[in-house]
Design a protein around this ligand. Structure first.
Ligand SMILES: Cc1cc2nc3c(=O)[nH]c(=O)nc-3n(C[C@H](O)[C@H](O)[C@H](O)COP(=O)(O)OP(=O)(O)OC[C@H]3O[C@@H](n4cnc5c(N)ncnc54)[C@H](O)[C@@H]3O)c2cc1C
Length: 304
């Protein structure tokens, strides 16, 4: 009888649930920063990049769709059950240093990687401090802020593909944009390589990270349950200010509220449902379109 670690995943699309130790009816509220969402009918936490690639092939053969849940910090998941298989790569959390490069598993927590890089006296990633989530999610979203983004430090990413193969993509081919990276259809990020700059003054990197964190905590409701920014900033404009200008700051629907601190954030005051949040989100879109003539583009990923 093989132990759990010796288990050989199925690759023929049959019996994938047992082979990949799928969990059932997993409450996704506990897996998102906004604490909203229904259950995942099937939920899988692969133990390696290879296993993840085999899982994709098995799902493809079984005709099942999938979605990837990282740290759940930029996601609004509907209240209804998720019928696609939810893949959670939190076990891919390795961190390997090679000179000024760090190779990070997709499930590694972004802030831990930032802290590690500054401890090592490696510069570049300190600007990502205070952004919740995992490395894979940060790559998919090209997470960042006014001081820089993932795009500035990524050398390459490895992805698992639906044909069961692992494939390396160089930064230039990820075509990074504002909260965007180009990934192949159905790809799941398995690891990311950061190319950083050696810097003898680790303390100054930490000071810079501390300053950015302070600025962020002062401007945003970072302690409340939320999913970060609802909308991307339109060119030359602030989505938060536009929402404020149409009088929606502090607006409430059920237990969902547009943050009185920052108009581009929605907070869950306790028992908000996805439907409440979507109502507020659509109100903001509608009022800003009608009163300001600007179509807001969603930053948050919505899973219906
Ligand atoms: C308080 C707060 C502050 C925030 N501040 C910022 C900020 O300053 N800048 C910023 O950019 N964002 C910010 N965010 C949003 C969020 O932290 C980032 O978008 C983060 O990078 C999302 O990572 P995640 O692992 O949580 O991804 P998730 O929210 O789990 O997923 C986001 C998207 O990425 C996809 N994805 C996740 N993992 C993978 C993977 N391994 N392979 C392929 N696709 C994947 C998901 O399918 C989904 O489409 C903030 C959020 C909060 C709650």
């Amino acid at each position: 009888m093989p132990t759990e670690n010796e288990r050989t995943p199925a690759t023929d699309g049959q019996g994938w649930e047992q082979a990949f130790a799928a969990e059932h009816d997993v409450d996704l509220r506990q897996r998102t920063r906004v604490r909203v969402g229904g259950v995942a009918k099937d939920f899988v936490r692969p133990r390696s990049a290879q296993e993840l690639a085999q899982l994709l092939r098995a799902l493809q053969q079984a005709g099942r769709g999938w979605r990837v849940l990282g740290g759940g910090s930029n996601l609004l998941i509907s209240d209804a059950p998720q019928t696609d298989v939810i893949i959670h790569p939190d076990r891919l959390d390795a961190c390997v240093q090679d000179g000024s490069e760090l190779v990070l598993g997709a499930g590694h927590v972004l802030q831990r990687a930032v802290n590690h890089s500054t401890d090592l006296g490696l510069a570049g990633a300190q600007v990502l401090t205070g952004i919740p989530g995992q490395i894979g999610g940060a790559l998919a979203m090209n997470a960042g802020g006014r001081y820089g983004a993932m795009a500035d430090v990524v050398a390459w990413a490895e992805v698992a593909l639906p044909d069961g193969e692992l494939h390396r993509i160089e930064a230039v081919d990820l075509a990074f944009g504002y909260r965007f990276s180009r990934l192949p259809q159905g790809a799941v990020v398995t690891q990311v390589c950061w190319k950083l700059q050696p810097n003898d003054d680790a303390r100054s990197l930490k000071r810079e990270a501390g300053r950015i964190l302070k600025e962020k905590n002062e401007a945003q409701p970072t302690q409340a349950w939320n999913f970060g920014c609802m909308f991307k900033n339109p060119p030359g404009q602030s989505a938060g200010k536009l929402i404020e200008s149409v009088g929606l700051k502090g607006a409430q629907q059920g237990d969902a509220r547009i943050s009185p601190k920052h108009g581009n954030f929605i907070e869950n005051l306790g028992a908000a449902r996805a439907a409440d949040i979507l109502t507020l989100l659509e109100r903001a879109e509608d009022l800003v379109r009608r009163q300001c003539g600007i179509g807001l583009e969603r930053e948050v990923r919505v899973w219906t």
